[in-house]
Write a protein of this length. Structure first.
Length: 623
């Protein structure tokens, strides 16, 4: 998880407040001159120079504010009190106010003749940087804020039930991953979806209408089009690109679906899960059926589930502590030719949970000053999961430092999938071969090829199973925003997409009294979701590019590029670009191609795919 506050987007909860306070932010000379002209007489025509001055002002104000806000948010996350909460809320409101004002101003400059490609691109970044734009219609902004607050609160307070007893979100999510009683799984699924999602339906429809009005004021046809505009291509072309990527990886998903369905049938019988057709959504070990790793024990291949070592045991045997685990991550990057982390990283990061105060333990990587004050915030435990997470988070930090010489608007990944993909690519690199290279695993204990299926299946149950869900969440919202999914068909549209792409069905009958999309946080929280789909695809494309550059000749999933400075140089060339160029330029710098592709993922899981096809022989595929 990456943290830099803010870019051109902030919490939706404050958007409406910002809209009402717009004039307070119009305080630079260029804006004052225009405002004065409008009062006295006809406004001057806006010029290229005006647009360039506006962009420069946005970048300066945003840079300065982001440093201030980052420090506030860091303190709030590492020292949670009512006071730091209040400071963070105030900083968030200020940032949103700036973002809304800048977006509205940017729309005025967008169509000036003669703009350079760079200025036009930055204006589009500013204009499209909001998640839900509040319109200027009197009263609409207040209503949008109230609805957004209500939706977020409803989700946060949501409860499900197990055996008639209430459970909060985190507890019910954990129970869905371990419970193997079909009736209890059904109860948890149904109660969560109906208690949490159901009451949101009317408010969500109102929010969509108001936000679409705001998007139109900024020059977009609807909010979905605004979201898709941030990928250096026409909005419709981006949607087609997503579909093309899905079709490349769909054969792998289809085989995994068939295999998993058969294992669930063997576990529960025909009355619970048929051998054919879609899978019951509540049986997959996850409330949203987005990742299936929770039921690995049900699908694990006999004799291949144990890879022969446990990273946690290896770390303990070598007497690793939290700092030594982070040092191992730094050594990985140093082996590729990257400079060591700055001393401030070691003195200012949070590696372990303090005993004297409340903190946010969720792992995140921070860029405080947009230069080199980079940090991670974790509550590290000596285990394999945290060892992998450290490599992932450091990937964000090295990316942040690499692009620190770019203009403010370019201090980001090439697109919103790149940052997570870089972190995940580095997590993929923790192979048995890498563990041998750093002295954690004895060469004699490297698992043989007979263990590959178990290793790959465990990964696929999360990484591959996620793909259709990662695609359909925004497909549903795009349809809602553009009207192709009518208000009266919200739940049908959601259920149809879940069936079409995931091949799953609800465990109980649904109707338009329900609002199942609302049971997933990112819907009421208004967090765009396409980035997660892209990150799953790109991480394998990046990983293959690194392995190819290293001259790796073995199976892709066994590759280690540790110690290869040629790989490091190519990777750094992409990272340094930040968002300064369209993402195809950045992708080409590292991979040699300008197209995102799912082929590397297929190659990575090739042994598993071949095995699944054999296992599925005679089974009816699809749904």
């Amino acid at each position: 998880m990456i943290k830099r506050f803010p870019k051109m987007a902030s919490s939706i909860l404050a958007l409406s407040i910002a809209t009402m306070a717009q004039p307070a932010m119009a305080n630079h000379a260029e804006m004052d001159e225009v405002a004065a002209d409008e009062v006295v007489g006809e406004a001057k025509p806006l010029t290229v120079q005006d647009a360039e001055a506006f962009v420069a002002n946005v970048e300066k104000q945003s840079f300065d504010y982001s440093v201030e806000a980052s420090r506030i948010y860091w303190v709030n996350s590492t020292y949670i009190t009512e006071d730091t909460d209040a400071l963070a809320a105030k900083a968030g409101a200020k940032g949103t106010e700036m973002s809304v004002q800048f977006a509205l101003e940017a729309a005025k400059y967008q169509n000036i003749p003669g703009l350079s490609a760079e200025t036009a691109r930055k204006l589009n970044m500013i204009r499209g940087g909001l998640v839900l734009p509040a319109p200027t219609t009197e009263g609409a902004a207040t209503e949008l804020n109230e609805i957004a607050t209500k939706l977020n609160s409803a989700y946060g307070k949501g409860k499900g039930r197990l055996n008639g007893k209430e459970m909060n979100g985190s507890d019910i999510e954990a129970a869905m991953g371990t419970n193997r009683n079909p009736e209890e799984l059904k109860e948890m699924w149904q109660s969560w979806h109906e208690n949490v999602g159901g009451p949101m339906r009317e408010d969500y429809a109102k929010m969509v209408a108001i936000a679409n009005e705001g998007a139109e004021e900024l020059g977009f046809s609807d909010v979905g089009s605004m979201w898709r505009s941030g990928y250096d291509m026409p909005a419709d072309e981006f949607a087609k690109t997503m579909d093309q990527l899905w079709m490349e990886v769909k054969p792998l998903y289809d085989e995994l679906h068939t295999y998993t369905r058969n294992k669930l049938n063997q576990k529960y019988g025909d009355k619970v899960q048929s051998k054919t057709g879609p899978i019951r959504a509540d049986l997959l070990g996850n409330m949203w059926a987005q990742e299936w790793g929770g039921i690995y024990d049900i699908v694990a291949p006999e004799g291949a589930g144990d890879i022969g070592y446990d990273i946690t045991d290896l770390l303990i045997a070598k007497e690793y502590d939290a700092k030594k685990m982070v040092k191992a991550g730094e050594v990985f990057f140093s082996s590729l030719g990257f400079d060591p982390l700055p001393e401030t990283f070691w003195t200012r990061s949070q590696f372990t949970k303090p005993q004297d105060r409340e903190v946010v333990c969720h792992a995140s990587a921070w860029d405080i000053d947009n230069v080199d004050d980079i940090r991670i915030k974790m509550c590290i435990k000596v285990n394999g999961d945290d060892f992998v997470t450290i490599h992932h988070e450091l990937g964000h930090n090295y990316y942040q430092r690499a692009y620190n010489k770019q203009d403010y608007l370019h201090l980001n990944g090439a697109n919103d999938g790149f940052h997570e993909a870089i972190g995940d690519m580095l997590a993929l690199s923790i192979t048995p071969e890498y563990l041998v290279q750093i002295g954690l695993l004895d060469k004699s204990n490297v698992p043989g090829a007979d263990k590959d299926v178990g290793l790959l299946l465990r990964q696929a149950m999360d990484k591959v199973a996620f793909l259709p869900f990662g695609l359909l969440v925004d497909k549903w919202r795009w349809g809602v925003f553009d009207g192709s999914i009518a208000t009266s068909d919200y739940n049908k549209g959601w259920t149809d997409l879940r069936l079409k792409y995931q091949g799953i069905i609800p465990p109980v009958e649904r109707s338009e009294k329900n609002f199942d999309p609302g049971a997933k946080y990112h819907i009421p929280g208004n967090t765009p979701y396409s980035r997660y789909f892209l990150a799953r695809i790109l991480q394998f494309q990046f990983y293959k590019a690194a392995c190819d550059a290293a001259g790796w000749k073995g199976p892709l999933h066994r590759c280690s590029f540790y110690g290869n400075k040629e790989v490091g140089a190519k990777l750094n060339a992409m990272l340094e670009m930040g968002a300064s160029k369209p993402w195809p330029d950045a992708l080409e710098a590292f991979t040699g191609t300008r197209q995102m592709s799912g082929k590397a993922m297929i190659e990575y899981f090739a042994p598993l795919l071949a095995w699944l096809k054999k296992e599925n022989k005679g089974q009816k595929k699809g749904w």
